[in-house]
Ligand binder design. Structure first.
Ligand SMILES: CC(C)(COP(=O)(O)OP(=O)(O)OC[C@H]1O[C@@H](n2cnc3c(N)ncnc32)[C@H](O)[C@@H]1OP(=O)(O)O)[C@@H](O)C(=O)NCCC(=O)NCCS
Length: 163
């Protein structure tokens, strides 16, 4: 599926907030001195690409990378304005913590942060779990062809396979 578009003025965003409200979860922007911890965590749990994107987001002021903490432990993250202005992502929740509403809570808080920054829409670039965004915030596919901003992206070379 291609890039998705989300209206930040859709009433569904407020409903998502009501559904994901939790007192046992802290969601807040990453502080500059935490950058190395968060970037290493994302690299370990997800990928070097996402760690690179998060490093850019954390370097913004205000930081455009939010983290979710449960009992003081980092369990998830979500960024915006990382690969391009107005883009949501990357985002991820530690495998052991999935299915508890943390990803949806991060999505809600990050989209609210984007709205506060003056955006009316958010783009979700090359989404993996498109259904997650369609169901949570009524995201719709942007009808364009091609890989968009990710076309021609440099990738870490894979080690040669010795046969
Ligand atoms: C996608 C991801 C962030 C969701 O986080 P999560 O904490 O497990 O999600 P939640 O528990 O908040 O789920 C909220 C809702 O979305 C649904 N959902 C969760 N993951 C989904 C997926 N991969 N596909 C479709 N629906 C999904 C849940 O069933 C739930 O539905 P409900 O409200 O009807 O119960 C997490 O699965 C993840 O880190 N995946 C790997 C990284 C990734 O793909 N990131 C997105 C890149 S665009």
């Amino acid at each position: 599926m291609g890039d998705l578009l989300v209206s930040l003025y859709d009433p569904g965003l407020e409903r998502l907030g009501q559904r994901t409200e939790r007192t046992d979860l802290t969601i807040r922007p990453v502080l500059a001195p935490e950058r190395h911890i968060v970037v290493a965590w994302i690299q370990r749990h997800f990928s070097e690409n996402w760690a690179s994107e998060a490093a850019i987001a954390i370097g913004r002021q205000p930081s455009s990378c939010l983290i979710a903490l449960s009992n003081g432990q980092l369990v998830g993250f979500a960024c915006y304005d990382a690969i391009a202005r107005g883009f949501f992502g990357p985002t991820g929740v530690a495998e052991a913590s999935r299915g508890q509403g943390i990803g949806a809570a991060l999505l809600h808080r990050t989209l609210l942060a984007m709205k506060a920054m003056g955006y009316a829409y958010a783009v979700i670039g090359d989404p993996g779990p498109a259904r997650f965004y369609i169901d949570a915030v009524g995201a719709i596919e942007i009808p364009v062809s091609g890989k968009g901003i990710y076309a021609d992206m440099l990738r870490t070379p894979r080690p040669a396979v010795v046969t």
